[in-house]
Write a protein that binds this ligand. Structure first.
Ligand SMILES: Nc1ncnc2c1ncn2[C@@H]1O[C@H](COP(=O)(O)OP(=O)(O)OP(=O)(O)O)[C@@H](O)[C@H]1O
Ligand SMILES: [Mg+2]
Length: 259
């Protein structure tokens, strides 16, 4: 298997690492049927790729075999941002190459410095990836990955403008919806939830991310609850029946609903 080194994997503050850790634990409680997980958001820049790569790294770090599939073939920056460097000769090929090629999946996936973590980045963006996502090669790829790895984490393009997320979601066992705190209007998040429902993709959880106007230097529960109450409580109520979890990140809070 070919290998890459992820040179630019940022060290996270303790509280972020801890929030991710809780997310990871809750994912592992979802049961053995949940293997293919799409990480999605309504609009760009909410933190899908951040959550996908960090969650994947944590799963791999704890000895759970996981593959990260970069299925954002429109404007993925993952390979550059995280500085994926080939350990062998040749050029770095990715998801769009694999889907438009005819070589086996084993030749497409890269091993990384994380013993249990493999990756298929996207290195060449395409103008219209719908055809590739609609192909049976894509569906087969997901199934093959789910046979080989305990978790397949799929990073995607946002739901608002294109149908990529719906297509990917229809093939996954569930989705984690990343919501940028204080930025994404409630109405369009709601629309995303409906889109996922339409696609037949169970919503596994909502991740409240990028809580940036937090000024304290430490994890602060009171702040988190207040924030949650004001802007996202409606969601909690409305979708409570799904038994989802809510997570805040980073800057920072965590709240888990009863499930
Ligand atoms: N919890 C977090 N803590 C710190 N930085 C974050 C966090 N979440 C996201 N970021 C940063 O915010 C920026 C946007 O995140 P990211 O690229 O993951 O969003 P995205 O939803 O994948 O965007 P796109 O729709 O363009 O693919 C990045 O620079 C990322 O490193
Ligand atoms: Mg992204």
């Amino acid at each position: 298997m070919k290998a890459v080194k992820i040179e630019n994997m940022p060290e996270l503050p303790y509280a972020v690492e801890e929030a991710l850790n809780r997310l990871r634990v809750n994912i592992t409680f979802l049961g053995t049927d949940v293997r293919k997980i799409m990480v999605i958001s309504t609009t760009p820049d909410e933190g899908k790729s951040f959550v996908a790569i960090q969650l994947w790294r944590q799963l791999a770090d704890t000895g759970i075999s996981s593959v990260l599939l970069d299925a954002d073939m429109r404007k993925s920056v993952m390979a550059d941002k995280y500085k994926l460097t080939l350990e062998n000769e040749g050029s770095l090929k990715g998801t769009s190459h694999y889907l438009s090629g005819s070589y086996p999946l084993e030749d497409a996936i890269y091993h990384t410095q994380f013993e249990k973590g493999d990756i298929l980045p996207n290195t060449d963006n395409v103008v219209n990836p719908s055809r590739l996502l609609e192909s049976s090669r894509f569906a087969q790829m997901l199934d093959q990955m789910a046979e080989k790895y305990r978790y397949v984490l799929v990073d995607s393009a946002p739901l608002d403008l294109v149908s990529d997320g719906e297509r990917i979601g229809s093939l996954c066992d569930g989705a984690l919806l990343v919501v940028r705190a204080g930025t994404t209007p409630k109405g369009i998040v709601k629309k995303s939830v409906q889109q996922l429902e339409r696609a037949g993709c169970p919503l596994l959880g909502i991740i409240l991310n990028r809580v940036e106007n937090y000024t304290g230097g430490y994890y602060n529960k009171r702040y988190g609850s207040r924030y949650y109450g004001k802007r996202y409580y409606g969601y909690g109520k409305r979708y409570y029946g799904y038994g989802k979890q809510y997570y805040g990140y980073g800057n920072e809070y965590y709240k888990k609903s009863k499930s």
